[in-house]
Write a protein that binds this ligand. Structure first.
Ligand code: ZN
Length: 365
């Protein structure tokens, strides 16, 4: 069977197919033109990767009796929904045919893995979870309760060595000259560029990434996200500063959690399967919209994680300058929280007048 590099979206497997240097006018599966082709009749480079991943699965008839029904799925669903290995445009039949052609021997040995529901037994094994989960009890709310109500600075509910390893998988470089935006509600005269930066430490209020008294520069990827994030009201004037990065930096890109390849060097399939939802939760919590009823205590769990990321250093130098996360108010936008505000300079400021707001509502009672 033939398919192409674009049939897969996994970042580690792409270069393997492209490295084979076999091109054809069009891919028989996804129809991409001038495609890099993998032919299972000739090539076997991908077999060991998929066979390795299949090792973590147990066929349904051999799973423990209490194994939850929601965790029993077909291999095709696991490869697309959990691991995001194939392009989302491929049908489940395409994925099934590809994986069966890649792993012919394995299929002959245990067709159950491919044709019937399977599960990851360790996902339901309390001892295994305790030893390999980012969260000691494997429950986010237990961690939240621990840092909010019991021990703020020295909780043992989170395994920091796992967190540090995952940060290294989602590191991202921004080059000198990169542009971001930051807005503040102002008068129609606007705010001077020199006053658009992060508040000094004595005025820094608590946020999702910083405790009160610790200065942090919150930026957004574009104008729309900026205006959404400051929640400007109708007829408000908003000053939006353009911020330019002064040097190359490395940040932790929490948005990339879903796209970490299971085949990345140093990544353990089982550990990844267990921790993916926790890492997604951290991304969601940092980007979560603030409500008027929120207490500053609600920020503590994400502040704890952000402070740890800030503390990671190699050769005595801090590794990460900030954290990037999704904007929940403007889903196409991204936010960047910078630990060291002096890394950016505000080059100019535009003033906007908010002319219209749109409320989305849902009837509850
Ligand atoms: Zn293709």
């Amino acid at each position: 069977m033939k398919f192409c590099s674009q049939c897969l979206q996994d970042t580690e497997l792409h270069p393997i197919i492209e490295g084979l240097r076999q091109t054809e006018n069009s891919c028989p599966v996804c129809k991409k033109r001038k495609a890099f082709i993998y032919d299972t009749e000739v090539n076997s480079e991908l077999t060991e990767y998929f066979e390795g991943l299949l090792e973590i699965y147990t066929p349904e008839n051999m799973l423990p009796s209490g194994f939850p029904a929601t965790e029993r799925r077909l291999l095709v669903t696991e490869l697309t929904d959990r691991w995001h290995i194939f392009d989302y445009k491929l049908t489940s039949t395409d994925v099934y045919n590809i994986i069966r052609a890649i792993c012919t021997e394995k299929y002959a040995e245990s067709p159950n893995l491919f044709d019937a529901p399977i599960g990851i037994a360790e996902l339901n094994d309390a001892e295994f979870l305790k030893a390999h989960s980012l969260l000691r009890t494997n429950v986010w709310d237990d961690f939240v309760d621990s840092v909010k109500r019991h021990n703020r600075f020295h909780t043992n509910h989170i395994d920091l060595s796992i967190l540090e390893r995952y940060c290294s998988f989602i590191r991202k470089v921004y080059r000198k000259g990169s542009i971001f935006f930051r807005g503040r509600i102002s008068s129609e005269d606007g705010i001077l560029p020199a006053d658009m930066g992060a508040p000094l430490f004595d005025k820094a209020a608590a946020g999702r990434v910083n405790s009160a008294g610790i200065s942090c520069l919150y930026l957004a990827s574009d104008l729309d996200t900026t205006i959404h994030e400051i929640r400007a009201g109708i007829f408000d004037f908003v000053s939006v500063g353009r911020f330019e990065l002064k040097q190359d930096i490395v940040i932790v890109d929490l948005k990339a959690i879903n796209h970490i390849s299971p085949f990345i060097d140093g990544c353990d399939f089982l550990e990844h399967a267990i921790n993916k939802e926790h890492l997604n939760r951290i991304n969601m919590e940092i980007g979560r919209t603030l409500r008027r009823t929120d207490s500053v205590l609600d920020y503590i769990p994400t502040q704890y994680i952000a402070d740890f990321i800030k503390s990671i250093s190699y050769d005595g130098k801090p590794e990460y300058s900030g954290i990037e996360y999704n904007s929940t108010i403007n889903p196409s936008g991204q936010n960047l929280a910078i630990f060291y505000p002096d890394l950016f300079t505000c080059t100019d400021v535009d003033v906007y007048h908010i002319k219209e707001l749109r409320y989305e509502k849902e009837k509850l009672l």
